[in-house]
Design a binder for this molecule. Structure first.
Ligand code: CP
Length: 317
């Protein structure tokens, strides 16, 4: 695998999940594969789970790891070509990327959507420049429009916990005070649509995701109706995608908060969230602390999804 930015890069999902389960049974079984290979993890944005789980995955495979927080200690980077660099940005990404590529064998990039310019975000300008100019295999640690390491971990978690072959999985918008990218819900929808699950998306009017991500999912504007009979509830906030409101918060209505009364409508569903989560905005304390909450095993599976992806990249070097 030379890049990992979306569901198509992983190929057959059953094979990927089977590989993940094997890795989970013995996560050190390929601990010499990455010997003398270096992973560079480049963060344009904050992280807890992605940083730790991906570094742990690289260590499982015997790799060396360099972590760069671009906004803390590196030169401030210009990302637009053609700009007269007479401001506060000292280095251009077009030099910085190939230089970073000189010091490693594999690159992971986290670069969120700016939520100002939809075209720029959905072109995935930053990670695509890494793919084009680094000379190294590149994988997404959450880019502007997708978070595939998270979605792969979510799929592994659902496969571990599902009680029927074709579970009903509901992606539910929930309120948040700040504008968040659509990357996690886009990506979750993309991966769920690649399965044969019964997949439903529920959100208030105005929060429609891009049609290429909604795919064949059923969209239900009545959250309670969507929850009926669900086996998994995946809570997440996102900002508006549709014009003219791209990147805006249209509602912070806590009637959409996921609570015990709504979970009672489900088929004793498991609650999932990628984390970090704002309690009593997205989900009540009662639900996230309940036995049906699987947010911690879900986060633990980030190590497994990252190990599979790095393993496949190392095998292609
Ligand atoms: N879920 C996730 O990607 O968490 P971090 O933002 O902490 O990495």
């Amino acid at each position: 695998m030379k890049k990992f930015t979306d569901v198509h890069d992983i190929g057959d999902l059953r094979a990927a999940v089977a590989e993940a389960m094997n890795i989970k049974a013995d996560r050190f079984s390929f601990n010499t594969l990455g010997r003398n290979k270096t992973l560079m993890m480049i963060f344009f944005n904050s992280s807890l789970r992605t940083r730790l789980s991906t570094q742990k995955a690289a260590m499982n495979l015997g790799m060396n790891v360099i972590v760069l927080d671009v906004n803390q200690g590196a030169w401030k980077l210009e990302t637009e070509r053609g700009v007269i660099m007479d401001g506060d940005k000292s280095e251009h990404l077009l030099e910085a990327i190939p230089v970073m590529g000189c010091y490693c064998d594999v690159i992971g990039v986290r670069s969120f959507a700016g939520l100002k310019d939809k075209a720029e975000d959905y072109e995935e300008r930053i990670i695509n420049q890494f793919i084009k100019y680094s000379g190294r295999p590149v994988f997404s640690m959450e880019a502007a429009t997708r978070h595939p390491l998270q979605s792969f971990a979510d799929l592994i978690t659902i496969e571990e916990y599902k009680k029927t072959d074709r579970p009903k999985v509901v992606l539910s918008w929930a309120p948040h005070p700040k504008a968040l990218p659509q990357a996690v819900p886009n990506s979750f929808a993309e991966w769920m649509n690649a399965t044969d699950y019964d997949f439903v998306i529920t959100h208030p009017h105005g929060y429609e995701l891009a049609s290429e991500f909604v795919g064949n999912a059923r969209v239900e504007y009545d959250q309670r109706k969507a929850f009926e009979g669900a086996d998994f509830i995946y809570g997440k906030n996102w900002s508006a995608y549709a014009d003219p409101n791209y990147g805006k918060v249209l509602s912070t209505d806590r009637n959409w908060t996921i609570n015990a009364e709504k979970m009672a409508l489900t088929n004793n569903a498991y609650f999932m969230h990628c984390l970090p989560v704002r309690r009593n905005m997205i989900v009540t304390d009662e639900v996230i602390e309940s036995p049906q909450s699987i947010v911690i095993p879900e986060a633990a599976n980030r190590e497994i999804s990252a190990t599979v992806v790095l393993k496949r990249i190392l095998e292609s070097l």
